[in-house]
Ligand binder design. Structure first.
Ligand code: ACM
Length: 753
């Protein structure tokens, strides 16, 4: 009955429609017929699965309205939950749905719980709301054998920069559980606020949990004028002693409740108390924590705590003692990222410590701090995780490395090769505070969890991956929902499934939106397509917006105002005959508005081609090994080298962290028409064709796409593309389409110099 090996099969169209499960199971064999849940259905479970039985009963009551009873008989119409110690994976399970019975087996409670999430996704989405109408419902017959590929399937949330309520964290974990995610990393402290009660140091929260509005709050307030989700959640604003303060913290009793909630969903909460840097809120409350007393902002980071005073270790150990008591997780995060270590070098205490311990550099001091803290963690039975900066200055073999610095690709490779376990959270594509766009889901889905430079043995040190949500510019629960959903579903499938098929995933995802609506998640709606941001026309243009989710209503305005649920619905074919700016947005059936698109139409005459005497393929490419803030600054600079490119990919030979590239030459346009150009870059880029700026995607930013159009007659036109890399992304892609056709590669033979 139980398959001993997992068989990897390709998903069929039928499976997409009938079994919209995310993450997709390792093995799924469709059956014929269905199991009916009605007043005769009973549950027969091994005693150890008492909690899971309660969850299943609630699920089935919500789905059918019936209160399902328990039995000890293996009768027809029963759902059987049995332990099977032969299953090797702690989260694995077997599920067989036949017309007569359902059988779920697993080695652990976690495995059964994961199986119940699969059943939940097979049930109609009204299971997500409390349903009292009695109605028989059916589950499709099938056989599933399932287990995750990666052990660490994490989500991180920064509750310091902006604060999130206990209720929101519970809702967040409910969604994680639905998609079989298993680690919640809470970034509990930072410069902008200390968010957890520590009994021995009450001022950490009395003073460190509150602030007057900062620059990031002001930026959010400004953005809120266009997008209400950017408004700061008012429940975290108080008025005290004539001051308006933002903040909040979790009491230890609330943390206990939260941990219990996580445990019942088979999620581990990994607490992070970030030190020695990012400690301004704590130093504000206890100034002696830093070497010279107090903390201020340096060029990039705040003054850290002092690793050279015994009193610092006494404080750190006291804090972690309380943290260890509250969180059962075997892993605890020390942070240790982005430390302004230079500030230590002037302190007498550090001079003495360096002399005594034979330490030579600020990196050595940081390594001393982390290693000493790790010994303390071990003495309490805990494993230490740190951001990948802990590799600098030397790291112990037993520390767990959380990789984030995308611009140091060798870091996870070095760590895994030297036997350190690694959790992958590279900024691109796993920083979910970067705004999502049309490419995000695919980028996450196709992300290489294991760096290519590792062999199979070394790859075992990659525990999995995690998405991080830093909240400087995420001031509300609604905005947080928008930033992580549905991106988390792509990560969930990437980390769990053996069968990866992006088209199938997108087909299944479409079926999840009504469930997410029922759960009141303010997810980012699927993109509207079929247009560019800057459009040109010569006599008239037709706007035909495509929507992946048919139930969305696209509404628009022409007066610059934000579309509301009462704005007119955009016709399927909308004719434009004069220059205008359209603002449009999709509204779901609940009237929730999605992204606001601003698209402009400019009337132009066709540009005139130039006559040139060159036929050499490719574009002259100038390389500037320097840091630039804007792509407009490349012109007139002396290049470090010049070469010819036949595409717009950053050559792999360029490894400088910051640089500029300028492509110059001609583009051969094969036939007259309106051409769209799609420029994706991290950081900035500007495309000029003829005498026009066609796409402006300038500035220092993560990979985003900007689009523009130009009316071109058949012939050759001067082309210039200026690109800058400020550090980190290395992404440059230029595609074209005729009219609004899908973006495609620019043929190399079109490019001349
Ligand atoms: C980080 O983003 N500073 C870990």
């Amino acid at each position: 009955m139980i398959c001993s090996v997992f068989v990897v099969t390709n998903s069929t169209a039928q499976q997409i429609t009938d079994y919209p499960i995310i993450p997709y199971p390792s093995y799924l064999k469709p059956g014929k017929g269905s199991f009916i849940i009605n007043e005769h259905t009973q549950i027969n479970a091994d005693n150890i699965f008492e909690r899971e039985v309660s969850f299943l009963k609630e699920l089935l009551r919500n789905a059918s309205g019936y209160s399902i009873k328990e039995t000890k008989l293996q009768a027809k119409g029963t759902i059987n939950l049995q332990q099977d110690n032969n299953l090797s994976n702690e989260e694995g399970y077997y599920l067989s749905i036949k017309p007569e019975t359902i059988l779920i087996t697993a080695k652990t409670n976690t495995g059964i719980y994961r199986a119940l999430q699969t059943i939940r996704q097979l049930l109609p989405y009204n299971v997500e709301t409390n349903n009292t109408t009695k109605k028989a419902i059916s589950l499709p017959t099938l056989e599933i054998q399932d287990e995750p590929v990666y052990h660490w399937r994490g989500m991180h949330l920064d509750v310091s920069r902006h604060f999130f309520s206990i209720d929101y964290l519970k809702k967040f974990m409910d969604v994680m559980a639905l998609y079989k995610m298993n680690k919640l990393h809470l970034h509990l402290t930072d410069d902008q606020g200390w968010r957890i009660e520590i009994k021995k140091y009450p001022k950490l929260t009395e003073e460190g949990a509150w602030r007057t509005f900062n620059n990031q709050d002001s930026a959010c307030m400004k953005l809120a004028k266009e997008n209400p989700d950017m408004a700061i959640d008012t429940m975290h604003i108080i008025h005290k002693n004539g001051k308006t303060l933002y903040g909040g913290f979790y009491k230890q009793e609330q943390i206990k409740e939260l941990v219990a909630y996580a445990t019942s969903r088979h999620i581990d909460i990994i607490p992070e108390i970030d030190m020695p840097g990012h400690m301004m809120a704590a130093i504000y409350a206890y100034p002696n924590l830093s070497c010279e007393g107090g903390s201020q902002w340096g060029a990039l980071f705040s003054t850290p705590i002092c690793p050279c005073k015994e009193s610092t270790f006494a404080f750190a150990e006291d804090v972690f003692n309380e943290i260890f008591e509250l969180f059962p997780s075997e892993y605890v995060h020390l942070g240790a990222d982005e430390v302004d270590r230079k500030t230590w070098m002037n302190a007498q205490a550090c001079k003495e410590l360096m002399e005594k311990e034979g330490l030579k550099s600020p990196e050595d001091l940081q390594s001393y701090f982390v290693k000493r803290m790790e010994k303390f963690f071990h003495s309490k039975g805990k494993k230490l995780i740190g951001w990948d900066e802990i590799l600098e200055g030397g790291v112990s073999k037993t520390a767990y490395v959380m990789y984030w610095q995308s611009w140091v690709p060798e870091a996870p490779v070095k760590a895994a090769k030297s036997g350190n376990y690694v959790i992958m959270t590279p900024g691109n594509p796993l920083y979910f505070d970067y705004p999502p766009d049309i490419h995000s889901l695919k980028n996450i889905y196709s992300f290489n969890v294991v760096p290519a430079a590792l062999n199979a043995n070394e790859a075992k040190f990659i525990m999995g991956a995690q998405a991080n949500i830093w909240t400087e510019y995420i001031p509300s629960e609604k905005r947080a929902d928008f930033m992580y959903m549905p991106r988390m579903t792509a990560l969930a499938e990437r980390l769990w499934s053996k069968q990866l098929d992006y088209t199938s995933y997108r087909g299944r995802l479409i079926k999840h939106y009504p469930r997410l609506d029922a759960l009141k998640i303010n997810y980012r709606q699927p993109d509207l397509t079929g247009f560019t941001q800057q459009n040109v026309f010569t006599d008239k243009a037709i706007l035909q917006v495509q929507k992946e989710l048919p139930t969305l209503n696209v509404r628009y305005t022409l007066d610059g105002s934000i579309p509301a649920a009462t704005s007119p619905v955009l016709p399927g074919r909308y004719t434009i005959t004069k220059p205008l700016t359209i603002k449009m947005a999709a509204f779901n059936e609940q009237g929730v508005r999605g992204e606001i698109y601003t698209i402009q139409y400019r009337k132009e005459t066709f540009a005139k081609p130039v006559v040139v005497q060159t036929n050499k393929e490719g574009l002259k490419t100038s390389y500037y090994k320097k840091y630039f803030k804007s792509a407009t600054l490349l012109d007139g600079q002396d290049p470090d080298s010049i070469f010819v490119s036949k595409d717009f990919i950053v050559p792999s030979s360029i490894t400088a962290p910051s640089f500029g590239l300028q492509y110059e030459g001609y583009i051969q346009i094969p036939e007259t028409g309106i051409y769209s150009f799609y420029l994706t870059c991290d950081d900035g880029g500007i495309l000029y064709i003829g005498d026009k700026e066609v796409v402006n995607n300038d500035g220092l930013h993560s990979a985003i796409q900007k689009t523009g159009q130009v009316a071109l007659q058949k012939g050759q036109y001067p082309l210039r593309l200026a690109f800058i890399e400020g550090g980190g992304g290395f992404k440059l892609e230029l595609k074209y389409g005729k009219g609004n056709t899908e973006a495609q590669d620019i043929p190399g033979r079109w490019l001349r110099n």
